[in-house]
Design a protein around this ligand. Structure first.
Ligand SMILES: C[S@@+](CC[C@H](N)C(=O)[O-])C[C@H]1O[C@@H](n2cnc3c(N)ncnc32)[C@H](O)[C@@H]1O
Length: 244
């Protein structure tokens, strides 16, 4: 398999592959296991199986389509519950990644909107191309509210606009009450940003060298112990006013 332009293919420890981006100088997944990390942080983090068994139509949003692994794993899980329809919306800056990961998808363009779509008997994928901070507001009126969000941008150092209080508040406004957001990051400033934006924040599962991750629940109270810990730290929540 050839890597898409500007990327290098890496085989991770569970045999699944990921990509290293030259532009961001970051890898899309932990090299300890891309598939395993995806399952733990996103499918389990957003309780996708529970959602699929509870609802007849599940709406998920992913911030950062990357290699398409989050989508592939979610599609495979949804096919185990064929009575439920899955709508999976993913946001991706780099169009070449999308065409690499989804050679069968159809490209659509309406004015400034560009997206790729793939339809299955019980699932639909839409990958929205461009900077998530601009494209999502553009699309808002065409989307249903989400049951779950995979927050899988590159690190705040590389993707500062996708980890701020304002961004998380905006994601909250697109979420159903009790919706879950899950991310690999366990950083204090990110947890504080989620809490300040109205998400209840909880410690998430460990994976590989990372001892924790973060789960959040829209419009719920944060874990009291975690909140007390956060309040002890002087680090402020990430905010749009500090991003370049
Ligand atoms: C950690 S990777 C996502 C991995 C992905 N979920 C997967 O399963 O392979 C982060 C992705 O976010 C994309 N990205 C970076 N900045 C972005 C932005 N401003 N808007 C949308 N996507 C962005 C990158 O191109 C990269 O593909």
């Amino acid at each position: 398999m050839q890597a898409p332009p500007g990327h290098t293919l890496i085989t991770t420890e569970d045999g699944s592959t990921t990509l290293h981006s030259q532009r961001f100088d970051e890898t899309c997944h932990s090299t300890s296991g891309a598939r395993e990390e995806t399952r733990i942080h996103y499918l389990e983090g957003c309780r996708v199986h529970e959602l699929l068994t509870k609802h007849s139509h599940v709406h998920l949003l992913e911030v950062g389509f990357g290699t398409g692994l989050g989508w592939q794993e979610t599609l495979a899980l949804s096919q185990q519950v064929p009575t439920t329809f899955l709508t999976f919306v993913s946001l991706e800056l780099d169009e070449e990644l999308v065409t690499w990961a989804l050679p069968q998808a159809t490209r659509y363009q309406a004015g400034e909107r560009v997206w790729y779509q793939q339809d299955f008997p019980t699932a639909q994928l839409k990958v929205i191309v461009g900077d998530a901070r601009t494209t999502l507001p553009f699309w808002e009126g065409h989307l249903e509210k989400f049951h779950g969000i995979y927050q899988d941008a590159f690190s705040p150092r590389k993707n500062p606009t996708l980890w701020t209080t304002q961004w998380f508040a905006y994601l909250g406004s697109l979420s159903l009450p009790g919706a879950r957001l899950s991310t690999y990051s366990a950083s204090i400033s990110i947890r504080k940003a989620l809490h300040a934006a109205g998400w209840g924040v909880f410690p998430g599962a460990a994976f590989a060298r990372k001892k924790s991750s973060t789960r959040a629940c829209w419009n719920e109270s944060s874990d009291a112990g975690l909140l007390a810990e956060l309040e002890k730290h002087p680090t402020p929540p990430l905010s749009d006013t500090e991003t370049p």
